[in-house]
Design a protein around this ligand. Structure first.
Ligand SMILES: NC(=O)c1ccc[n+]([C@@H]2O[C@H](COP(=O)([O-])OP(=O)(O)OC[C@H]3O[C@@H](n4cnc5c(N)ncnc54)[C@H](O)[C@@H]3O)[C@@H](O)[C@H]2O)c1
Length: 325
């Protein structure tokens, strides 16, 4: 059944591609984004667009009273864990405060199906790996704390019957689709930074920390293709439509790669060397984040299909060179 979905943060990387996937399957899409880090250029054709902050109570109430929204997916937020450690208030105000304003407006408008962009950053240092959703949560960054706080708001709202939700804990979103690639402002993610360094568009890549308790000393992360992420959001809406009250679910591949391994894979795919310099650890970075994806498979019926590391890099490389994947 076609639905009308409010996509908050739909002018960003993952939100715009998920909005496109919703339109492709016949849903209606309204995007709300304040363009603080997003761009109008990536908003898909066919989506309605409102330029506003989700923290603007009047704007959210007005929007929800004028549109027959069935469900909301919220991608809106600031995403740089490093910045969150030097400017914590900015992250609490936007990621927790503004999201809570949106949730309250949705609840008042009786829109009670909500999919939230959470993060592996809620876990902190791994006690075991791959991490299941039952792994203790002890964020090592303000960013991770803000995601966990919203999950707790959602859990309380669900327990009071005010909201039903799926919180998707993405590991590292990457790749590109139909020419749309990561272009965060500023970019802080490894693969786009390394590709730009390889092309000479940026200075040498900084590798933060070579003394982590990992086989080669650099951080290990689990990279997930943005097209696989987009599909998971459609599945999350489907489980909410069929009555799910509350679900917290990892999205990753169960396979981790170190920073050095990613650099080597980029060099193999592009045939270019990635100039890089080894620097000290950055506050807030756990040594290793790798997802157990059993719950997503069992409950959402979701398995990644495009997230082999070389495929992710190839798609990102083609998009950054102007040749679409
Ligand atoms: N990219 C990743 O690897 C990753 C991993 C885990 C979780 N996440 C989460 O996924 C979501 C999307 O990430 P992304 O990579 O697409 O980031 P992005 O920066 O490309 O997109 C975020 C969008 O939200 C908008 N926005 C920010 N604050 C807003 C507000 N108050 N009101 C309205 N719009 C607002 C921005 O303008 C931008 O368009 C974020 O919440 C992020 O924390 C991302």
């Amino acid at each position: 059944m076609a639905r009308h979905v409010l996509v908050a943060g739909g002018a960003g990387f993952i939100g715009s591609l998920t909005a496109q996937a919703l339109l492709d399957r016949g849903d209606r899409v309204t995007i709300v984004d304040d363009l603080s880090t997003g761009s109008k250029d990536v908003i898909p054709q066919g989506a309605a667009f409102h330029e506003a902050s989700i923290g603007d109570e009047v704007a959210m109430t007005t929007l929800l009273s004028s549109a027959d929204i069935d469900a909301c997916i919220c991608f809106a937020g600031f995403i740089a864990a490093g910045e969150s450690m030097s400017d914590p208030g900015k992250y609490f105000v936007n990621n927790v405060g503004a999201t809570t304003v949106l949730l309250e407006a949705l609840a008042k408008a009786q829109v009670q199906q909500f999919v939230f962009s959470s993060s592996a950053a809620v876990y902190g240092e791994p006690l075991f790996t791959p991490m299941t959703e039952t792994h203790p949560t002890a964020p090592t960054s303000v960013y991770g704390e803000t995601k966990l706080m919203v999950e707790r708001v959602l859990s309380w709202m669900a327990s009071r019957g005010a909201m039903r939700y799926v919180a998707l804990r993405y590991f590292n979103a990457a790749g590109a689709l139909e020419g749309h690639r990561e272009a965060h402002q500023p970019e802080t993610h490894l693969i786009p930074l390394a590709l730009a360094a390889a092309k000479g568009e940026r200075p040498a890549l900084q590798v933060f920390g070579t003394d982590y308790p990992t086989p080669d000393g650099t951080c290990i992360r689990d990279y997930i293709h943005v097209s696989d992420l987009a599909r998971a959001h459609l599945a999350a809406l489907d489980v909410l439509a069929s009555g799910t009250t509350e679900l917290v679910c990892n999205l990753g591949t169960s396979q981790g790669y170190s920073v050095r391994e990613v650099i080597s894979a980029i060099e193999e795919v592009t045939g270019l060397s990635v100039p890089h310099e080894l620097t000290s650890r950055r506050p807030g970075d756990p040594a290793e984040l790798v997802a157990s994806c059993d719950l997503a498979r069992d409950v959402l019926g979701w398995v990644p299909t495009r997230s082999a590391l070389h495929d992710i890099i190839r798609d990102a490389w083609h998009a950054s060179s102007g040749t679409t994947n």
